[in-house]
Structure formats: C-alpha cells, structure tokens
Design a protein around this ligand. Structure first.
Ligand code: SF4
Length: 198
C-alpha cells in the first residue's frame, strides 16, 4: 500500500510494495539522473529496480526530479516542517538516486537528528557514494557494494537467489513486503546484508 503526499512543492510517499505505510519515502534524485551511475560508483546499475520503474511508468522520473528540485533548495528545518502533520515512524531516503554530495549527506544528517530528537523517527537508506565522509552520521546508512566504513551501518551486495553468502552476512529474501516484516536495515548495529535478486 502507498499514500501520496503533496504540500506546495514538497511531494513524498508513505509506503510501497516493500515498505510499510508508516515509512516516509523521499528521493534526492531520479534513477535516470542518479549520481552513483553518472560517476561510475553504482555496481548494480544493470539490475536497478528504481530505473525499471522509471522505464515502465513515464510519470516516475518527473516526480523524482521534482523531489530533487525541492531537496536542492530546502533547509533541514524547512524539510522537517513539511513533515509536521504526517504520521510516520521511519524515514527511508533514496528509493531511487543517490546522496549526490557531501553537502547533501550533511543536510540529511541534520534532518535525521531533528527527526530523532523531536519524534524518535529513524532515518535510513543505502548509498554507493563510498568516498563521502560518513563519520558521525545520524542516518543509518549501508554502503551498497562497498565495505562498511566509519559512520555507516554495514555493507550490502546483490546475490542470485540461493547463492552462497559470506559467513556472518544476513540474507534478505527479496519477497514483496519484506521490510514490513523485518527491520534489520533500520538498526544502528553494523550488519552486512546480501540481497537476493527478485
Ligand atoms: S534485510 Fe530486512 S529491512 Fe533490510 S531490505 Fe531486507 S527485508 Fe528490508
């Protein structure tokens, strides 16, 4: 289930096929304009589900690019103010696209701090921008395709269904609605996750 939110130039969604309705989803850019792809950091571009959605439904890229435009101009406080009347427990950034710069990562962490302090909302997501400085991150971020580094909560990799995974890694089965029944990626602990293709 998914719920669309619009307030002025701010647009977001609650829930999707994998995430519960209590999760707010916001993209900093589209998959078509993803910085991770443009600078060659993304290792899974050929199987990117966010890209597939944009190819299938023509309204998706413009929606995500409108989110990018708002993101670029907003202050952390301005962003949080847009969320004041929205009931959500978790903030998932970047269903598509990337954290394009250190400036965006710092802004994200300012937002994550306010949301945690005011509402005990956990902010989490994934990034292949391993060259950024994640030290002191409030947002819980796993590095996609790169080893965990200081300030992140682990690493992720994509594997074939049933493939062997390194010892100590958590296997994510990729079934629809999966994160509604699991919260591993929202935890502060360092946990590496192998995600099966679906
Ligand atoms: S490990 Fe759990 S929280 Fe993380 S993506 Fe898989 S189902 Fe979702």
């Amino acid at each position: 289930m998914s719920f669309y939110i619009k307030e002025g130039r701010f647009e977001a969604k609650l829930g999707n096929l994998d995430l519960p309705i209590t999760t707010l989803i916001y993209n900093f850019e589209s998959a078509n304009g993803c910085t991770g792809k443009l600078i060659g950091k993304c290792k899974v571009w050929d199987i990117c589900y966010a890209q597939k959605a944009e190819t299938t439904w023509p309204t998706v890229t413009p929606y995500r690019e409108r989110q990018r435009a708002f993101w670029k101009k907003c202050t952390p406080r301005g962003f949080v103010n847009k969320l004041a009347h929205i009931p959500f427990k978790t903030f998932r950034f970047g269903e598509a696209g990337e954290i394009d710069s250190q400036e965006s990562l710092d802004k994200l962490n300012d937002i994550a701090k306010i949301l945690w302090d005011k509402r005990r909302v956990v902010t989490y997501g994934y990034s292949c921008m391993e060259h950024l400085d994640f030290r002191g991150s409030i947002a819980r971020i796993k590095l996609s395709g790169y080893p965990a580094k200081e300030g992140t909560t682990g690493s992720t990799m994509v594997v074939e269904k049933g493939a062997e995974i390194p010892e100590g890694w958590h296997r994510c089965n990729g079934k629809a609605g999966k994160c509604t029944r699991c919260n591993i990626c929202t935890l502060p602990n360092i946990i590496n996750v192998a995600m099966e293709k679906h």
